[in-house]
Design a protein around this ligand. Structure first.
Ligand code: SF4
Length: 702
C-alpha cells in the first residue's frame, strides 16, 4: 500500500504505543520521497522531546508491506483467505451475529476490545454491544493489565485514576519507590523525571525480582520472590509501626480502618517477612526509613505487583503503607500505578469493561443505567446486566452459554491471553470470529473475516495517558484505500442490524456524546473539548464543565469516598496460585522487553526493533543454569502444567536463582503465554501472569 499524503505541514500528535503517549510531530512526505511520514519527538510536558526506539520507528507501520488494505474472508475454516468487498464482509458479520443470537440468545454475540483503542472507539464498543447487540458480552485486554490496581484504587480512594498527579511531579519527590515497574525499558523518556529528582538528591528504590535497567539506577534494590510483594508491603508497614513512623495525625484526619490494619500487621514481623520474600531485614529497614523520613514520598506500582491472583490485595497493601505514612494528597507524594497500554487509562473509563458504563459508572447501578440510557436514547431496562471478565469470556467461547460469534478489535489474544494455547482452541471453536487489525495477527489468522483498520496517524481521536491527561491524536496521512476506522465499522454493523440511528461515525461527534455520557460520573469529561485539548496541551479529568480547569492533582482536599476519607483494608499474604513443586521446581515470571510492545503485532514487523531485539531470550541465573546444564545462548525448553515454549537462554546474575524471566511479545514456539496461569484475582478478575511453576531443560539441538 502506498498512502497518499494529505498535507506537508507538520501535525502534532502522540505515539501509537505506550501510556506515556509521548508528544510527536508528524511530517508527511510527498510520495516517492522515502517514508510517508517523518516522526520527531515534540516538547510535550511528559516527554520533552524524548522518544524511545518504538516511537522513533513508528512511521514504519504506516506503509508497511504487510499492512492489510482489503477485507479478507474464508469460505470455511480450512479454506485460505480470499479478498472480499466491505459489503461482503459486513454481510457475513451481520449474518453471523444474527444467527448466533437467534440460536443461542443475545449474549452469544460479543466483542473483545483493547486498551489501545481511542476513547471514542472504547466508548463506541461499549455502546455497540449494549445497544446494537443488546448483549452482555464485552470485555477487553485491559482486564489483563490494569484491573487489579483499578479495583484497589477504587476501594481505597473511591476513584481510579492511575496517577493522581502529573508525571513531572516525580522530579519533585524526595523518595520514590517503584514496585514491579521498569520504566527504563518500558517507557524510557519517563526516566528524565527520575534523573531530575536524583540530581536534586532524591532517593529511588526499586522492588523487582530482576535487577532491571531501572533497578540499576536506584539507591536500593529489593529483590523479592515473585508473588510476595504483599508480604513485603505488610512487612514495611510493620516496621513503620514499630519505629513510630506512622503519620498519626494524617491517619486520624483523612482515613478510616486503621486500627484493624494496625492489629493485622503484628504477624508480619521482619524475620517472617524475610523468609517469605527473600528480602533481608536490613534492606527492609533501610527502605522504610527512606520512605518515611523524606518530605515528599511516592510509591509507584505496576504490573509486576498487580498481575497476580492476589493483585488487588497487593495493590491495597502498598496503598495501606502510603496511607500510614500520610502520603496521598500531599505535595509530590502519594501512591500511583503506572498504566501500560497506550489508552490503558481511557480504555477503562468509557464502558468497554464487562461491568461498566461511561464515566466509570457501574452497569449494575440503577441510577447509572438511567443516566446513560437517557444519553443513548434507549430504555434503561433494555440495557443488559454485567457480563463476565475477559478470561472467563475467552474460556467459554463456543460452549453452551458462551459467546458463539465474536468481534475482536485492537487485541491479539492468541498471544497475549493467559493459557494462550487453550484460548486459541476456544477461538477455533467459535461459530464465527471477526478480527479488525493492521496486520494479519495470530488472532486474525484464526478468523472467518479480517477487517483492515485505520491506525494512529490516519485518524482523529483522543487518548488518556497514564496521568489522566486527555490528549488528541491527529490525522497526518490518509489511510490507504480500502481501510476503515473501527468507529465507522461499528456504526455500519449497527446500521445493518437496524440500530444505526443510535451511532455516529465522526470522532468529534462521538467524543461530544461521550462527554455527556460521562457527566457526573467519576471519570467526568463533560468540560473537555477538542479545542481545549489543543489550547491547553491536554486536560486532566475530572473536568465537569467548560469553565473548570481540570484536575491535575487529586486528593488534596479529600478522597472520592462518601465521607472524604481514604480506606485502609486488611490484606494478608498468601502463596502463589501455583507454587513450585518437585515436578515444576522454579518460578516463571513474564514481562516486556525494551524494543517490543504487547503481543508484538507491530513491533515484530518493525525492522529497527527487530534489529535491536531479533528474538526472545529467557533470563536464567548462572547458578541455576549450571545445575540444569544450560549454557549461554543455547535453546531451553520451558514447561508448565498448561504448555511448553522454547527460547534461547541468556545467563544473567541479575535475576533470582529460583526464578526465570521471559518476554511475552513472541509467537510460535516462543509463545510464553501458553505457559501462564489463568488463576483469577477474585476482585479484579486479573489472571496470574506474573508467577507460575515451571520446569526447564536444555534442548537437544541448539
Ligand atoms: Fe511511545 Fe511509550 Fe516510547 Fe514514548 S515511551 S515513544 S509513548 S513507546
Amino acid at each position: 500500500p502506498s498512502p497518499t499524503t494529505r498535507a506537508v505541514t507538520p501535525v502534532s500528535s502522540h505515539c501509537p504505543y505506550c501510556s506515556l503517549q509521548c508528544g510527536m510531530t508528524l511530517t508527511p512526505r510527498e510520495q516517492g520521497a522515502g517514508p510517508v511520514l517523518e516522526v520527531a519527538g515534540a516538547n510535550f510536558p511528559t516527554n520533552r522531546g524524548g522518544l524511545c526506539e518504538k516511537g522513533q520507528s513508528s512511521a514504519e507501520l504506516i506503509d508497511h508491506p504487510e499492512r492489510l488494505t482489503t477485507p479478507l474472508v474464508r469460505d470455511h475454516r480450512e479454506a485460505a483467505f480470499r479478498e472480499a468487498t466491505w459489503d461482503e464482509a459486513y454481510d457475513r458479520i451481520v449474518t453471523a451475529l444474527t444467527v448466533a443470537q437467534e440460536r443461542h440468545g443475545r449474549d452469544a454475540a460479543g466483542l473483545f476490545g483493547g486498551g489501545g483503542l481511542t476513547n471514542e472507539k472504547a466508548y463506541q464498543a461499549g455502546k455497540f454491544v449494549r445497544v446494537a447487540l443488546r448483549s452482555a458480552s464485552i470485555d477487553y485486554n485491559g482486564r489483563f493489565c490494569m484491573s487489579s490496581a483499578a479495583a484497589a484504587a477504587t476501594r481505597a480512594f473511591g476513584i481510579d485514576r492511575g496517577m493522581p498527579f502529573p508525571l513531572a511531579d516525580i522530579a519533585r519527590a524526595d523518595t520514590v519507590m517503584l514496585v514491579g515497574s521498569n520504566p527504563a525499558d518500558t517507557m524510557p523518556p519517563a526516566m528524565r523525571w527520575f534523573a531530575a529528582g536524583a540530581e536534586r538528591g532524591a532517593r529511588h528504590l526499586v522492588v523487582d525480582p530482576r535487577y532491571t535497567a531501572t533497578a540499576a539506577t536506584a539507591d536500593v534494590h529489593l529483590q523479592p520472590v515473585p508473588g510476595t510483594d504483599l508480604a513485603l508491603a505488610n512487612g514495611l508497614l510493620h516496621l513503620a509501626i514499630k519505629h513510630r513512623l506512622v503519620d498519626a495525625g494524617y491517619v486520624a484526619e483523612r482515613t478510616s480502618g486503621w486500627p484493624a490494619v494496625r492489629r493485622a500487621m503484628r504477624q508480619y514481623w521482619p524475620d517472617r517477612v524475610e523468609r517469605i520474600t527473600g528480602v533481608p531485614v536490613a534492606v527492609m529497614e533501610r527502605a522504610v526509613h527512606l520512605l518515611a523520613e523524606s518530605r515528599a514520598t511516592m510509591i509507584l506500582s505496576a504490573r509486576g505487583a498487580e498481575q497476580h491472583a492476589k493483585g488487588s490485595d497487593t495493590a491495597l497493601a502498598w496503598i495501606n503503607l502510603a496511607l500510614a505514612l500520610g502520603l496521598p494528597g500531599r505535595p509530590y507524594s502519594g501512591w500511583a500505578t503506572m498504566t501500560g497500554q497506550g489508552n490503558g487509562q481511557g480504555g477503562r473509563e468509557h464502558g468497554q469493561k464487562a461491568d461498566q458504563l461511561p464515566g466509570y459508572r457501574m452497569l449494575a447501578d440503577p441510577a447509572a443505567r438511567v443516566h446513560v440510557a437517557g444519553i443513548w436514547g434507549v430504555d434503561p431496562d433494555e440495557l443488559p446486566q454485567p457480563g463476565v471478565s475477559a478470561y472467563e469470556m475467552l474460556d467459554r467461547l463456543g460452549t453452551d452459554g458462551g459467546v458463539r460469534a465474536l468481534l475482536v478489535m485492537a487485541s491479539n489474544i492468541a498471544v497475549s491471553a493467559p493459557r494462550a494455547a487453550h484460548v486459541r482452541e476456544r477461538l477455533a471453536a467459535l461459530d464465527f470470529l471477526c478480527v479488525s487489525d493492521l496486520f494479519l495477527s495470530e488472532t486474525a489468522e484464526l478468523a472467518d473475516v479480517v477487517l483492515p483498520c485505520a491506525q494512529w496517524a490516519e485518524e482523529e481521536g483522543t487518548m488518556t495517558n497514564l496521568e489522566g491527561r486527555v490528549l488528541r491524536r491527529r490525522r497526518a496521512v490518509e489511510a490507504p484505500d480500502g481501510v476503515r476506522s473501527d468507529l465507522e465499522v461499528l456504526a455500519e454493523i449497527a446500521d445493518r442490524l437496524g440500530r444505526g440511528a443510535f451511532f455516529d461515525r465522526e470522532p468529534r461527534a462521538v467524543f461530544d456524546e461521550l462527554r455527556r455520557a460521562s457527566a457526573g460520573g467519576t471519570a467526568d469529561y463533560a468540560g473537555i473539548s477538542y479545542e481545549r485539548i489543543d489550547d491547553e496541551r491536554g486536560v486532566f479529568w475530572p473536568c465537569p464543565s467548560e469553565d473548570h480547569e481540570g484536575t491535575p492533582r487529586l486528593f488534596q482536599d479529600g478522597f472520592a469516598t462518601p465521607d472524604g476519607r481514604a480506606r485502609f483494608h486488611v490484606v494478608h499474604h498468601r502463596d502463589a496460585a501455583e507454587p513450585p513443586d518437585d515436578e515444576y521446581p522454579y518460578r516463571l515470571t513474564t514481562g516486556r522487553s525494551r524494543a517490543h510492545y504487547q503481543s508484538g503485532t507491530q513491533t515484530r514487523r518493525t525492522k529497527a526493533l527487530l534489529d535491536a531485539e531479533p528474538e526472545p531470550v529467557v533470563d536464567i541465573h548462572p547458578d541455576l543454569a549450571a545445575r540444569l546444564g544450560v549454557v549461554d545462548g543455547s535453546d531451553v525448553s520451558l514447561r508448565t502444567r498448561r504448555g511448553a515454549a522454547r527460547m534461547r537462554a541468556r545467563l544473567s546474575p541479575e535475576i533470582r536463582p529460583d526464578t526465570v524471566f521471559a518476554p511475552f511479545h513472541w509467537s510460535g514456539v516462543a509463545t510464553i503465554n501458553d505457559l501462564t496461569n489463568p488463576a483469577l484475582d477474585p476482585a479484579s478478575r486479573m489472571p496470574e501472569f506474573k508467577t507460575c511453576a515451571v520446569a526447564l531443560s536444555p534442548c537437544e539441538t541448539a
